[in-house]
Design a protein around this ligand. Sequence first.
Ligand code: HEC
Ligand code: HEC
Ligand code: HEC
Ligand code: HEC
Ligand code: HEC
Ligand code: HEC
Ligand code: HEC
Length: 337
Amino acid sequence: MPLSFVRNFAAFGWLMLAAAIAPAVMAQERPLTPEQQQKQRAANAECFSCHSAEGLKAPPKEGLDLRKLRGLLQHPETFYQSDHQKLLCTKCHNEGYDEHPHAADARESTSTCTDCHSKKATLIEAQFEKSVHAELADKITCPTCHNPHLMRIADKQSDPARIVAQDNRVCLGCHDSDEQFAKFAPEKKTRPPIDDIHAWLPNTRLHWKAVRCVECHTPEVAAGEMLSHQILAKDKAEKDCLTCHSASSALKTRLYRHLVKEEQQRLGFANSVILATSYVPGATRHPLLDTLVLGAFAAMLLGLLAHGLGRFLTRGRRSKEAQQHDADDGKNGEHHG
Ligand code: HEC
Ligand code: HEC
Ligand code: HEC
Ligand code: HEC
Ligand code: HEC
Ligand code: HEC
Ligand code: HEC
């Protein structure tokens, strides 16, 4: 088959696909018109007139339970950067919130994620049923991990550090706090000490600023597919350094897939060269050897640094010596053999 035919056919396919997807995507992505936005913000401002730091200082009504209100503040700036920035508060908080104090059963009519995202939620729920958290399904629900007023999914962000910070905050919220963990854990289950468990990962806490827990704790997904909500049991978690630190890093279909191409390549390259020196730690799965190898790597780095520092400190002396040497050379040329 002539190649140009294949290429044209592929291009045609993409065009058809793009045409099929475009209306759906555009319907969702379309920004509010200035008039719509003004209307939406004016309506939400009513809620913020009490539920914000500003509002708390000068609430529009007397006799409110201010102590309770203090714990229920929202942040307009953050809300208008979140995934739900285009929504009215009353899209989710349906009935009873126009009365003050609010109707006693107002909370019960709050929309759930599934009400509006039924397709995604069905998929996610099926993954959650296989997750290590499945037993806790009555306690851990979507808003436990996703604050609907704050969240901004990875796909809509461009800075990996911020994505990692947002997503790891979710897991660490429970796994780095005995108090929070106990609220959800089965009776008598104590929190596993996560620093000890991950001690094999060098600079553990630094790694957690650069990669997400879900990178190692969820199954692989095809490029473009939604990240899985199935948290794997610990014996299935990723331990191989080369999964990330190689030219074909798994991070390309995970964390970095949200970034633009150039950024993907830069970071992918950085990850592959970190461990591209002559050893393969982790792949050997031998802790002592790994320690030795990492030790050797650290020693090499230190050596390089010391060498550089040495050269820097003796720079002045060396150039003087060199001049001296040149002069000597000229004088004592006949002594050299
Ligand atoms: C006049 C001040 C005021 C306004 C305006 C106001 N609230 Fe409240 N809200 C409160 C106070 C005080 C509480 C805590 C006491 C209570 O529950 O009534 C509260 C509690 C809440 C709660 C938590 C309690 C619950 O039912 O779970 C939610 C949610 C809430 N408000 C949403 C809203 C929304 C949405 C709006 C806008 C449509 C709004 N509020 C407007 C004062 C206000
Ligand atoms: C996409 C849906 C959605 C939108 C939009 C939304 N909320 Fe909420 N809100 C929720 C849900 C769900 C909860 C309950 C969270 C939970 O159970 O942990 C909640 C809880 C609250 C609470 C109680 C917080 C607490 O700690 O108990 C307040 C106050 C509140 N919302 C105010 C607002 C205000 C003001 C707006 C508009 C600026 C707004 N919400 C927009 C879904 C939404
Ligand atoms: C009242 C309907 C409604 C409810 C309830 C609701 N959402 Fe949304 N959500 C939306 C809409 C509409 C958008 C798209 C907004 C846009 O076009 O920018 C959205 C966007 C999102 C996005 C970004 C998706 C993307 O591809 O841009 C996520 C993630 C999300 N919602 C999660 C949740 C979670 C988690 C909950 C429950 C806590 C929830 N939503 C509850 C209406 C809702
Ligand atoms: C144990 C915590 C946890 C629970 C429970 C949870 N999520 Fe998530 N969810 C995450 C993390 C972490 C991500 C990855 C962050 C991202 O892609 O922005 C994520 C991503 C998402 C995304 C974006 C996926 C993508 O790749 O586009 C959506 C949509 C979503 N969650 C919806 C939900 C809904 C709906 C529920 C409830 C049925 C839910 N989540 C329950 C932690 C959780
Ligand atoms: C709301 C609290 C909470 C959040 C958020 C949470 N976890 Fe957990 N997690 C738990 C509890 C409680 C257990 C113990 C469950 C049990 O023993 O039945 C657990 C167990 C685990 C386990 C142990 C499984 C095993 O094999 O023993 C792993 C791994 C895990 N969580 C990873 C994560 C990751 C990754 C995230 C973030 C996406 C996360 N968790 C978010 C509460 C939480
Ligand atoms: C580089 C991969 C990697 C990253 C990143 C990672 N983990 Fe793990 N995690 C593992 C492996 C592998 C194990 C199993 C360790 C073992 O059994 O020796 C594990 C074990 C666990 C356990 C099981 C504890 C137990 O003994 O029951 C929890 C909980 C956990 N991780 C939570 C987290 C959280 C929270 C984060 C993010 C802050 C995280 N992990 C980041 C690879 C990772
Ligand atoms: C889930 C992916 C992942 C796994 C698995 C992983 N790393 Fe990393 N590692 C990273 C990322 C991302 C960085 C930060 C790279 C950057 O700064 O661009 C990093 C940084 C490093 C660094 C640089 C110093 C530091 O801590 O910041 C070293 C050394 C390193 N990793 C060693 C290892 C070793 C050894 C293993 C296996 C035991 C391992 N990594 C497993 C993703 C991973």
